[in-house]
Design a protein around this ligand. Structure first.
Ligand SMILES: Nc1ncnc2c1ncn2[C@@H]1O[C@H](COP(=O)(O)OP(=O)(O)OP(=O)(O)O)[C@@H](O)[C@H]1O
Length: 367
């Protein structure tokens, strides 16, 4: 077990002496990736700014590697902590290289003169974020996504023990989002750098984080592993979602299921063949039933979220007469039956009886 690096001890954060969230207690281990998630305005950035000492803490304490935040000198803090918040510097006539080089200032003398070694670190940091070609460009004249990468290069160049990042993936296209997250993962796992960040993309948070902190309400800061936090109900409650779902198995956001509790279509599928059909029916707002699906079938997870009825069977069991009759009853209420393909196996033989029955009734559509 790695040692604790950062501790928030009954921390209260807020503005103008008015607290927003009280009693935050959190221990973060060295090299851990911790992501704060929660709705807009919940206080995620406020917590990060407080840890970064850009905002005074109201009560409690922040301890970094055994040192109290408020007792650390500026140099001590800046050699330990790099911060990439959403505010961007608006420098006059500074190149991206100059911005990144500022990450070396905690290590240079008063005049801020960079040694050859410092210069090499600036180049290396720009290289890491694939922004070397931006080095000579005016920082004010590059895109938001490019600025984001340059700011990350500055943080890397600072060689910190901990990096705080506020929404680091916003503005980045998919390639750079993935790249940023893999850079962070390398920094954490190979160099033992502790990462605390906020992310709005909870699917990415689920995949990259060692621990998730849910921020909402005055006291409600709940922490857990991604497996503990990413349940449809926890996410629904955290974000107060009433118009869709978060599917924790696939890490996907799903729109609400079609309106109505009476299925118009019955879908027979297996092993992923139903997914495209479910989505099409969802887009057309047609309520549907799905079955007979084994509970460990990939289609079962999405069907449970989108179908108004799912007829299922226990994994690896023969389809029971009761389940079959239930499926027939449901299917006979529908105007259409879509057969999306099912691999034949001994135990699912009755599924094919269902398909034949639909064909006999003249309501079968094969896709
Ligand atoms: N400088 C400020 N002075 C007073 N209140 C502020 C200030 N900055 C933010 N707030 C308020 O504090 C609350 C928390 O804001 P914060 O930016 O921490 O939320 P957040 O969880 O990061 O939200 P988002 O996901 O929208 O970025 C909000 O109600 C916000 O209006």
């Amino acid at each position: 077990m790695k040692e604790n690096y950062l501790a928030l001890e009954q921390l209260s954060v807020g503005y103008h002496n008015k607290s927003l969230i009280d009693d935050i207690c959190l221990n973060v281990r060295r090299g851990e990736i911790v992501t704060l998630i929660g709705p807009n305005g919940a206080g995620k950035s406020t917590i990060l700014k407080t840890i970064a000492r850009q905002l005074s803490m109201l009560r409690g304490d922040v301890v970094i590697d055994g040192s109290r935040l408020n007792e650390m000198t500026f140099r001590e803090l800046s050699t330990r902590m790099a911060v990439v918040l959403t505010d961007r510097p608006k420098p006059e006539l500074l190149t991206c290289h100059d911005i990144v080089a500022a990450g070396r200032y905690p290590y240079t003398g008063r005049l801020g003169i960079l040694t050859h070694e410092d210069e090499a670190k600036v180049d290396e940091a720009l290289e890491t974020v694939h922004a070397r070609e931006l080095g000579n460009r005016d920082f004010n004249a590059i895109s938001d996504g490019q600025k984001q990468r340059v700011m990350l290069a500055r943080a890397i160049c600072q060689e910190p023990e901990i990096i705080l990042l506020d929404e680091p993936t916003s503005f980045l296209d998919i390639r750079y989002k993935l790249e940023l997250l893999s850079i962070l993962r390398r920094m954490a796992k190979e160099k033992g750098i502790t990462i605390v960040m906020t992310l709005h993309e909870i699917d990415l948070a689920q995949k990259i984080s060692d621990r998730i902190v849910c921020v909402s309400g005055e006291h409600a800061v709940r922490a857990g592993t991604p497996e503990e936090i990413f349940h449809s109900e926890v996410i629904r409650e955290l974000y107060d979602i009433d118009n869709g779902f978060y599917d924790p198995v696939f890490g996907s956001i799903e729109l609400a299921r079609p309106e109505g509790n009476t299925p118009q279509v019955f879908v027979i599928s297996s092993g992923g063949t139903g997914i495209r059909i479910y989505r099409e029916l969802q887009q057309e707002n047609i309520p549907f039933a799905a079955g007979i699906l084994y509970e460990n079938d990939i289609d079962y997870q999405l069907a449970s979220l989108l179908a108004c009825k799912v007829i299922s069977e226990r994994p690896f069991a023969e389809i029971s007469p009761e389940t079959y009759e239930q499926a027939v009853g449901e299917m006979e209420q529908c105007q259409r039956v879509i057969y999306a393909g099912v691999p034949k196996g001994g135990i699912n033989a009755r599924l094919f009886d269902l398909v034949r029955l639909a064909a006999d009734k003249g309501i079968l559509e094969e896709v």
